[in-house]
Design a protein around this ligand. Structure first.
Ligand code: GLU
Length: 286
């Protein structure tokens, strides 16, 4: 859905938000990055190109990415190993093992794609517990701050070997919203396989419409909006809205937008309204 037919107020708000954005967390899900054949090199390449341009304009970008499980699963399927025949790819430990194979493929793809634009990337693997420990939080923040100061692009995923929170329900949405706090981002962009947040499930209801702006996510009735989820990732719209709420409660807006849409990042940072803008909460806490 393009900006011209959308809410003009959302357009003005979006341009105001862009005007004060210095640091952005961009999250991309498995359903955008991968197919049954594994990582989509073209999508990784387009994402890297767009982020490189944003960084050249002075924006700090932290990329939170899924895709390790799907990449690893595809690699196992391509292999001839007898031991891996007939395995249940839905089982949790299998997904952790697939992730450990796919994580290096994922980083290799990003490393090559960003290198084409003269950019260096860094792998950061974290768990939810790392955000609860003051020492680990500080260590992660210091490391990422140093990387950003060097112009390196931190690429974050959950450490699936030791934690399963995002594998079970998150699709890295929660991890990405925690990263917003950790790096002090002004904006959270969640690139998903849907065009944005719909008023009801568009797969079941042909009359569903994409909501351009959510002004008060704390009072939003999310039940109807959150039936169903994409097959490659684990989160669905519910975890995206919960992540947006986490960011909103900390004063940070979120844009939930299709990562399949051509040049989505370039277009939104040029001021175009795509997807759904979730505004920060404005309530005074006493
Ligand atoms: N860490 C997982 C991955 O990289 C994310 C969870 C998911 O996408 O389901 O695949």
């Amino acid at each position: 859905m393009s900006g011209k037919s959308r809410n003009p107020e959302a357009g003005a708000l979006w341009r105001e938000i862009l005007g004060r954005t210095r640091c952005v967390v961009v999250k991309v899900g498995s359903a955008v990055l991968t197919s049954d054949q594994g990582l989509e090199a073209k999508i990784v390449g387009q994402l890297a190109e767009q982020i490189a341009v944003l960084q050249d304009r002075g924006l700090e970008v932290v990329l939170v990415t899924s895709g390790a499980v799907a990449a690893g699963r595809a690699r196992i399927r391509q292999g001839e190993q007898k031991k891996t025949q007939g395995i249940d790819f839905a089982e949790l430990t299998t997904r952790q093992a697939a992730s450990s194979i796919g994580q290096s493929l994922l980083m290799h793809a990003y490393d090559e794609a960003f290198a084409r634009h003269g950019k260096t990337v860094a792998q950061i693997l974290l768990t939810h517990d790392d955000f609860k420990s003051p020492v680990r939080f500080r260590n992660a923040r210091n490391t990422i701050r140093r990387l950003l100061d060097w112009g390196v692009i931190p690429i974050v995923n959950e450490n699936d070997t030791v934690a399963v929170a995002e594998l079970k329900i998150g699709d890295n949405d929660k991890l990405a919203s925690f990263m917003v706090d950790l790096v002090g981002a002004d904006l959270f962009v969640n690139l998903t396989s849907a065009d944005g947040v719909f008023d009801k499930n568009p797969d079941k209801h042909p009359d569903a419409v994409c909501v351009p702006c959510i002004a008060d996510i704390e009072t939003l009735n999310t039940k109807a909006m959150c039936e169903g989820k994409t097959s490659a990732g684990s989160g669905g719209m519910k975890s995206k809205l919960e992540a947006a709420k986490h960011a909103a409660q900390r004063g940070v807006p979120t844009l939930i937008v299709s990562g399949k849409c051509e040049s989505a990042l370039t277009r939104i940072f040029a001021g175009e309204i795509l997807g759904t803008l979730v505004l920060p909460c404005v309530r005074t806490v006493v």
